[in-house]
Write a protein that binds this ligand. Structure first.
Ligand code: TMP
Length: 203
């Protein structure tokens, strides 16, 4: 049966390697997996991603761009994959908009809710794994790993607000959110991911 699983957390939380690991684990268990990301996942949405990551813009423009990309992604990738019985693993989704544009940028939470309603047409993830980590630890990991993009250059105070945005979404949607303590090493975090998936008994 198809499932829609999203992966969330501040930049540097370390979710990417676990998306790959879960994808491999699901394939070994006979699942068809589509791994995708936001912003992005379709040719049009990948073009919007480039603009989003590298051009300066205000919070409203950021929000409109990510929802435009998401609309195309849902219509052309996520919904067809779910309809065909695949499990979709998505690196970030609408909770990132609430956390980054809502929490981080201070954009109106209820306007985000209206846009979500419009764009999703009822679709929500079946499970959202929130990789939660102290923004100071995340900043150290990013500095060691890569050249920062426009958002990754923002300060720890911004990422504290983003983290608070995720915590608010987690409290608002406990039925689908699972908090993963992402401060530990890769093995310890993977155990938590496996536990969260296993306890749902889906596969
Ligand atoms: P990433 O794919 O490398 O994680 O980069 C995407 C960046 O975009 C990341 O800093 C989070 C940010 N972002 C938003 O600000 N709002 C959104 O809705 C999404 C999906 C991502």
């Amino acid at each position: 049966m198809s499932r829609f699983i999203t992966f969330e957390g501040i930049d540097g939380a370390g979710k990417s390697s676990h998306i790959d690991a879960l994808s491999q684990w699901l394939r070994e268990h006979g699942q068809r997996v589509v791994s995708t990301r936001e912003p992005g996942g379709t040719p049009l949405a990948e073009k919007l991603r480039e603009l989003f990551l590298h051009d300066e813009m205000d919070a409203l423009t950021e929000t409109l761009l990510v929802f435009a990309a998401r609309r195309d992604h849902l219509r052309a990738c996520i919904e067809p994959a779910l309809a065909a019985g695949a499990t979709v693993l998505c690196d970030r989704f609408t909770d990132a908009t609430f956390a980054y544009q809502g929490g981080g940028r201070g954009f109106d939470w209820s306007v985000l809710g209206s846009m979500e309603h419009w764009v999703h047409e009822g679709r929500q993830p079946d499970l959202t794994l929130w990789f939660d980590v102290d923004p100071v630890i995340a900043a150290q990991r990013r500095a060691a790993a890569r050249v920062p993009d426009r958002l990754e250059r923002l300060d720890v105070a911004f990422f504290e607000r983003v983290r608070a945005g995720y915590a608010r979404r987690c409290a608002e949607h406990p039925e689908r959110f699972a908090r993963i303590d992402a401060a530990g090493d890769v093995g310890a975090v993977w155990q938590q991911v496996r536990q969260q998936v296993n306890r749902r008994g889906w596969w």
